[in-house]
Design a protein around this ligand. Structure first.
Ligand SMILES: *Cc1c(COP(=O)(O)O)cnc(C)c1O
Length: 428
């Protein structure tokens, strides 16, 4: 197929994420990817600063992951999980349970992050149903959150920045608290929790669970908040008999400098969602973990089973990849690597903060964020970045990066120089 024809079909017949069908936005055609590089059909070689939305933590085309995939394909690519089980699922579970926060001990495997969130929310409701409490059917959350694009996941996304406001009238209504204010590494203001406590104590009969992204709020604004906030939310949930759901889909597997965001506050959620980086970016896959107490309560009461079971649940290819990717991570110097990337961002990006068009520059772990005062013109900014040899995907007011952990120092230089030069050229 000629490149022109490919682009014609794409422009006229294919949807892209959060895209218009009016053909005004161009898509770049990628023909391969290796290490931290994307190779375009038009010849450019780009340093990927997005890790394909947090997921490709070891880089593309990794021999260990390729091998795991091929070996498992030859064994069995898929088999139903109802009534059957297999080594890839058992081995992945054994490994996961060694590294997740204490107390989580049962795993529900599913297809994508949004589904993992749906499963978590259903689990919370069914847990209270099993205890004979039917009034606890709503959820509390914080503003600026993002939990996915499916129905109940949408209902706990920020009603404005969460990209779903046109559906607001048809969504279940949840309780929204202000986004945390205290920054990750500044002082903590205890009064922040007053409003949280007020809501939880007043509405405890109606709230099944509190759901939030630990420490880093991702697609809802790329904000980093204080671990003490998370610690206090955990305590308040205990005090008012409300389950805590940690959505670690973006924060999981080392990105923030700890294996999981919850670790910064030394807490264990009752339910935890994993996704994105779980297979090292090879396949769509996710998991919802819960405590023994939740699993037992659901299982020992009518109807005695948890009411969910996707067709591709526990897919062996995904399980094998996830096990291989997590093993690769644990055997690497990931903590040192994250610190190296963090230090590079801290050395380079703050130079932008004295520009008048820049609102804020923030860095945590292998995440670097430049928040502009106005919405970014993606078309102009992205084109410029590609000319500088870098792949980033700005959204809203944010130009941000979370590269593969394997990125070298010189590739990091390419990445941050491109960000700085692009922002200077476009905004100065
Ligand atoms: C990406 C994301 C989701 C949704 O995951 P999908 O795989 O896109 O469905 C949910 N929660 C958080 C925190 C995310 O970053």
């Amino acid at each position: 197929m000629q490149l022109e024809q490919l682009l014609h079909i794409d422009k006229n017949h294919v949807w892209h994420p959060y895209s218009s069908a009016n053909g005004a936005m161009d898509n770049w055609v990628v023909k391969g990817a290796s290490g931290v590089h994307l190779f375009l059909e038009t010849g450019e070689k780009l340093v990927d600063g997005m890790s394909s939305w947090w997921s490709v933590i070891h880089g593309y085309n990794h021999s260990v992951l390729n091998h795991a995939l091929i070996r498992q394909t030859e064994q069995m690519a898929h088999v139903m999980f109802g009534g059957l089980t297999h080594r890839p699922a058992a081995k992945l579970t054994e490994l996961l349970l060694k590294i997740v926060p204490e107390g989580l001990n049962r795993v529900f495997y599913c297809d994508s992050g949004s589904v993992a969130v749906e499963v978590a929310m259903k689990m919370a409701i069914q847990y209270w149903f099993s205890k004979g409490v039917t009034s606890k059917s709503r959820f509390a959350t914080i503003r600026n959150g993002y939990h996915g694009d499916t129905w109940h996941a949408m209902s706990v996304c920020d009603p404005n920045t969460g990209m779903h406001h046109i559906f607001n009238n048809t969504l279940p209504q949840q309780y929204f608290l202000p986004a945390p204010i205290s920054k990750f590494c500044a002082g903590f203001n205890n009064t922040e929790l007053e409003e949280v406590e007020k809501l939880l104590s007043a509405e405890k009969e109606n709230i099944a669970a509190f759901i939030l992204e630990p420490i880093v709020q991702g697609a809802g604004g790329m904000r980093f908040y204080h671990p003490q906030y998370l610690k206090k939310v955990r305590q308040l949930c205990n005090n008012y008999d409300i389950l805590l759901i940690a959505d670690e889909i973006a924060t999981g597997f080392g990105r923030t400098g700890e294996l999981f965001g919850s670790n910064h506050a030394n807490i264990s959620p009752d339910i935890m969602c994993l996704g994105k980086a779980i297979t090292g970016g090879y396949m769509s896959f996710a998991a919802t973990l819960c405590t023994h107490e939740i699993a037992a309560t659901i299982s020992e009461n009518e109807p005695g089973v948890f009411m969910h079971g996707p067709t591709f649940m526990g897919n062996p290819l995904a399980c094998s990849l996830a096990k291989a990717s997590i093993k690769l991570l644990l055997e690497s110097n990931w903590e040192q690597n994250i610190r190296r990337i963090e230090n590079h961002f801290l050395k380079t990006l703050p130079a932008l903060s004295n520009m008048s068009a820049v609102q804020d520059v923030r860095v945590l772990g292998a995440i670097g964020v430049v928040e502009m005062k106005e919405n970014v013109d993606i078309k102009i900014v992205q084109k410029k970045l590609v000319q500088c040899g870098v792949w980033l995907r700005p959204f809203g007011k944010l130009i941000y990066t979370m590269p593969p952990y394997t990125i070298s120092n010189s590739e990091l230089n390419t990445l941050t120089s491109a960000m700085i030069n692009t922002i200077k050229e476009v905004y100065e």
